[in-house]
Design a protein around this ligand. Structure first.
Ligand code: GCU
Length: 412
């Protein structure tokens, strides 16, 4: 079907509900051999592995082997933060392979009142120093897209962006709710542009290789892998409750969070904020961003095998409700924003609704609502969903819901 692919058609965007085509979602609860999945054991032994394999093979790519565990360099072990409420830690994970090294800086704020603490683990877009106005936070040396209004020139961060993204990261509220925060600048694992010469990929190349093979990881696969390596570290840190690590991500990092939690069952829960196309949203609706658009604008995100689905959503053996289902029975929160049509809020809701079938197998509360809820009315339980009024962003309303939900369903 590649030959029939019309580039123009696959890169058109629609935001008119009337123009959403008829589609049929692949069955979550019927195995490849046609067996009906009725019990959690059948899900875990038969159907879940089938679906996971399809996402690895066709969408995110496989991790092409292993490298040695990273060296852990501790820059700060018990810094005082937030008026003594928290300790701050800063470490680097230094990976080595093919004679190259890659340093990934991890920033942690942990509540003193709750130790070992459940934590929220999330990548940030603008460097660790941007999430809190805290002069002690080290500034990343990694590549970043230029943004002169933030003082980012020559693809380097400067002091000017310190604390700039604090609204997206209400750390003190997290601490007060009993959660720590662990964050990493995503560009340290793989700079977000179409080139596979830097970041983690070259450390894994076999002789003569300079690009991942069609079934090997691209950037989202690499970022998800990075979260698992942070998890390896968290399992060794006695100030952290590694059984209660909630992965959070916004937008492309929400796509990453979903894949990380789907593919690594050590993570306790997942929060997907406005993750959109190839995150929580159903691809077959072709509403807002489509696979064709994402593959064209961000060829680095998905594996080579995924390119053939541009304009051919119905040929995909999966849809994104199945990615959400891979997270079951662990708590999952999917959220959208009314003005963020590019991410297809309705497609995110319908996807969470369809994934609820797997949560129900476990007898867990998920989304029973037939209709999309109105804004600011969260629905569900272990699997929850809300629509917030406003734009593509992470807002205080979102965090208020996430923290309350995490207290109810993750920390017990
Ligand atoms: C673009 C992209 C989205 C992505 C978003 C983001 O809009 O098309 O898929 O989620 O960037 O990461 O902010």
């Amino acid at each position: 079907f590649l030959l029939l692919n019309s580039h123009a058609q696959s890169t058109k965007s629609n935001v008119d509900e009337e123009l959403v085509p008829q589609y049929e979602l692949p069955e979550i609860l019927v195995s490849e051999k046609g067996r009906k999945i009725k019990k959690p054991e059948q899900w875990e032994k038969i159907r879940r592995p089938e679906i996971l394999h399809l996402f690895v093979q066709e969408v995110y790519g496989k991790v092409p082997g292993e490298i040695a565990p990273p060296e852990v360099i501790v820059y700060e072990d018990r810094g005082e933060a937030f008026g003594g409420k928290a300790i701050r830690k800063q470490i680097d994970l230094v990976f080595e392979g093919n004679g190259r090294t890659l340093s990934v800086g991890v920033l942690m704020y942990l509540p003193k009142a709750a130790s070992p603490a459940p934590v929220i683990l999330g990548y940030n877009f603008l460097g660790n120093h941007a999430i809190v106005d805290d002069p002690e936070i080290r500034i990343s040396e990694s590549w970043v897209r230029n943004n002169p209004s933030l003082g980012i020139v020559n693809n380097h961060f400067t002091e000017q962006s310190r604390g700039f993204d604090a609204e997206s990261w209400p750390v003190e509220k997290m601490l007060d709710a009993g959660f720590g925060l662990v964050t990493v600048y995503y560009g340290e694992v793989d700079p977000d542009y179409d080139d596979f010469e830097n970041g983690i990929h070259p450390l894994f190349y076999k002789e003569g290789q300079d690009h991942p093979a069609a079934d090997e990881w691209a950037s989202i696969g690499a970022w998800a892998w990075g979260l698992s390596r942070v998890m390896d570290y968290l399992e060794t840190d006695s100030d952290v409750n590694a059984k209660q690590v909630i992965v959070f991500g916004h937008s492309r990092l929400g796509k990453t969070a979903l894949w990380a939690v789907a593919s690594d069952q050590r993570f306790a829960a997942c929060i997907s904020n406005d993750s959109g196309c190839m995150g929580a949203a159903l691809s077959r609706r072709r509403f807002g961003e489509t696979i064709g658009i994402a593959n064209k604008n961000f060829p680095q995100w998905f594996c080579g095998n995924f390119k053939k689905y541009s304009g051919f959503e119905d040929y995909l053996p999966i849809d994104q409700h199945m990615l959400l289902a891979l997270i079951a029975p662990r708590p999952l929160y999917v959220a959208s924003a009314t003005e963020d049509l590019w991410s297809d809020p309705k497609g995110e809701f319908l996807s969470a609704q369809a994934a609820s079938a797997v949560y129900r197998l476990y007898g867990l509360t998920a989304i029973d609502d037939e209709q999309m809820p109105s804004p600011e009315h969260p629905v569900g339980g272990v699997l929850s969903y809300h629509l917030r009024t406003g734009k593509h962003a992470v807002k205080p309303f979102d965090w208020e819901q996430y923290l309350q939900w995490a207290k109810e369903y993750v920390v017990h």
